[in-house]
Design a protein around this ligand. Structure first.
Ligand SMILES: NC(=O)c1ccc[n+]([C@@H]2O[C@H](COP(=O)([O-])OP(=O)(O)OC[C@H]3O[C@@H](n4cnc5c(N)ncnc54)[C@H](O)[C@@H]3O)[C@@H](O)[C@H]2O)c1
Length: 234
């Protein structure tokens, strides 16, 4: 069987100060990778990089790269529906969730092209990128649908260079973001509706990312891997 090990590989994880990003960084380290953790603000082992600032992204790649693997987990949401969403709020969500991903992917792809040794990009999408948000979160759902589509386009660009580009699309993961969006009662109610009877955990996302980043994932590109407990079956 091909290996799930990331030994000897260098990975960058954005949004790594907490939530999915922190869990994915931990999982990749456990699989043997050397992981650079980045987030909007520096904290402990987490380096400061606002993914919406092109110069900061370039500085991070110059200082800490080259990377073999990049996971884009930085993201924000706003609960607002179309009536409550101002243009500024809409654009802010798109700036982080889509432009930020674009800037990081551009930097990673340029690095992969220069080195010619292939690479792995994993973007964190969402179930709402397929089906839209159940309520509110209008900008967020639009950003995640766009991320799914961008990954497929980049997968075609990257394929001749040995670069795979995939999306992990969670359902509802227990993090500070989902707690703020749904509240404890809302999360419990959601868990009860899940076919697997549970919410997702950050470790579930880490496992999917390690798989896609490892030799075991060599044949997968342009995929949106649903890790949603059966919330959406498509
Ligand atoms: N929690 C869920 O249920 C869920 C479901 C589907 C998708 N996701 C996605 O997973 C990713 C992580 O979500 P989470 O639940 O861990 O959220 P979170 O709010 O707990 O963590 C997000 C992290 O991203 C960082 N961040 C925000 N803006 C940034 C910027 N401009 N530059 C750098 N870092 C920035 C934050 O500081 C934070 O540490 C997001 O892309 C989110 O859309 C989460």
């Amino acid at each position: 069987m091909t290996s799930f090990s990331l030994a000897g590989r260098c990975a960058l994880v954005t949004g790594a100060a907490r939530g999915l990003g922190a869990g994915i960084a931990d999982g990749m380290e456990q699989a043997g990778a050397r992981v650079t953790r980045a987030d909007r603000a520096a904290a402990g082992a987490v380096l400061a990089c606002d993914v919406t600032e092109e110069a900061q992204v370039a500085g991070l790649f110059a200082a800490e790269g080259p990377f073999d693997i990049m996971v884009c987990a930085a993201g924000i949401t706003r609960a607002e529906d179309i009536f409550a969403t101002s243009r500024a709020s809409f654009e802010e969500v798109l700036r982080v969730n889509l432009t930020g991903v674009f800037l990081c992917c551009k930097a990673a792809m340029e690095g992969f092209r220069a080195r010619g040794t292939g690479g792995r990009i994993i973007l964190i999408g969402s179930v709402v990128g397929h089906q839209g948000a159940l309520k509110g979160h209008v900008a967020y759902a639009a950003s995640k649908g766009a991320v799914h589509t961008m990954a497929r386009t980049l997968a075609r660009t990257g394929a001749p260079m040995g670069v795979t580009v995939n999306v992990v699309a969670p359902g509802v993961v227990e993090t500070e973001m989902s707690a703020a969006a749904h509240g404890p009662a809302g999360l419990a109610a959601l868990a009860a509706t899940m076919p697997l009877g549970r919410l997702q955990q950050v470790g579930d996302m880490a496992a999917a990312c390690v798989y896609l980043a490892s030799e075991a994932g060599v044949g997968i590109t342009g995929a949106v891997l649903d890790v949603n407990g059966g919330m959406l079956m498509r």
